[in-house]
Design a protein around this ligand. Structure first.
Ligand code: CP
Length: 312
């Protein structure tokens, strides 16, 4: 049983499937009772619309009281370290802290500190992992195909800066999907060769079951790269244009973690096209996060009802 939720690699395949099934049960209306009042702090050092809101929604649906802390108005501005912030939130009485931070692996020094026993939830670490996004992506793919093994999945775009790409590449490969990557050469991390094949979008668009497009993360580029970036050129060479979309298999789906740069990595008209599951992903995010938080509550014996046990 996991006290922290940091990386999907900490879970085996059965545990991942268990979280997916639990998320589906929550979507179908499952409820739980807590043994006592439970408090989680949400701290987003990087901007977020979906992850922050859906963690808060998941907390409220589970009966957890969310405490939202804006780092811009906190003592982080006076030089407080992340470790001291977490220990402070723990001393005040939080059972868990959901954190998004620009530092890849922000949680590593904290989990080795035996004075920290509040649960840590990774809501995205730099260019490292985005495990709750990955779980909601798995749920969205599972909804559609009821399997992962043998699916052909393309992850396309800014692979270098995308924690979503890394989380999904690792887990989808482990679950048996055949992965293809496409995007600019300079944004291809060579270790992705361990997970799939680097090709180009035109070669794969008509073959895959899932086209997972990634946001161009201009904010992570240096000034020279930002200045030389041209949206129209990117869309023409690497984007899911209407023309490319028309070549997709009939039952293939379009995914994107969002926020979306419309008409850069994906044509405006495809964002809400029948094959798009982009808003479904956001909806699933609430239920996937309810499942994640439940696994933490369970590890701390905070669930009164026995319903969690019936998920197998
Ligand atoms: N997909 C995602 O992480 O979105 P936010 O940055 O808005 O949370």
């Amino acid at each position: 049983m996991q006290t922290h939720f940091l990386d999907l690699n900490q879970l085996n395949d059965d545990e991942i499937m268990e979280l997916i099934r639990l998320a589906i049960q929550y979507r179908d209306g499952k409820l739980v009772q807590l043994k006592r009042p439970v408090y989680f702090a949400n701290m987003f050092y990087e901007n977020s619309t979906r992850t922050h809101t859906s963690f808060e929604m998941a907390e409220r649906k589970l009966g957890i009281t969310p405490i939202n802390i804006d780092p811009k108005n906190s003592s982080v501005q006076k030089g407080e370290t992340l470790s001291d912030t977490v220990k402070t939130l723990q001393a005040i009485g939080t059972d868990g802290v959901v954190i998004r931070h620009k530092t890849t692996g922000w949680y590593e020094p904290l989990i080795d500190d035996e004075r920290i026993h509040t649960s840590l939830v990774n809501a995205g670490d730099g260019s490292g992992q985005h495990p709750s996004q990955s779980l909601l992506d798995l749920l969205t793919i599972y909804d559609e195909f009821k399997k992962f093994k043998g699916l052909k999945i393309a992850i396309v775009g800014d692979l270098l800066h995308s924690r979503v790409a890394r989380s999904n590449a690792e887990i989808l490969k482990r679950l048996g999907a055949k992965l293809y990557f496409a995007g600019p050469d300079e944004w291809y991390p060579s270790d992705f060769d361990n997970f799939g094949e680097f090709t180009n979008i035109d070669t794969i668009v008509g073959k895959v079951d899932v086209m997972m497009m990634l946001r161009v993360q201009l904010e992570r580029l240096n000034e020279d790269a930002r200045e030389s970036f041209t949206a129209v050129e990117y869309a023409n060479i690497f984007g899911l244009t209407e023309e490319r979309g028309s070549k997709m298999k009939k039952k293939a789906i379009i995914m994107h973690p969002a926020p979306v740069n419309r008409n850069i990595e994906i044509a405006d008209s495809l964002v809400e096209a029948p094959q798009s599951r982009i808003f479904r992903q956001m909806q699933n995010g609430v239920f996937a996060r309810m499942a994640i938080l439940t696994s933490i509550l369970k590890s701390k014996d905070l669930i009164a009802e026995d319903e969690y046990e019936d998920i197998n």
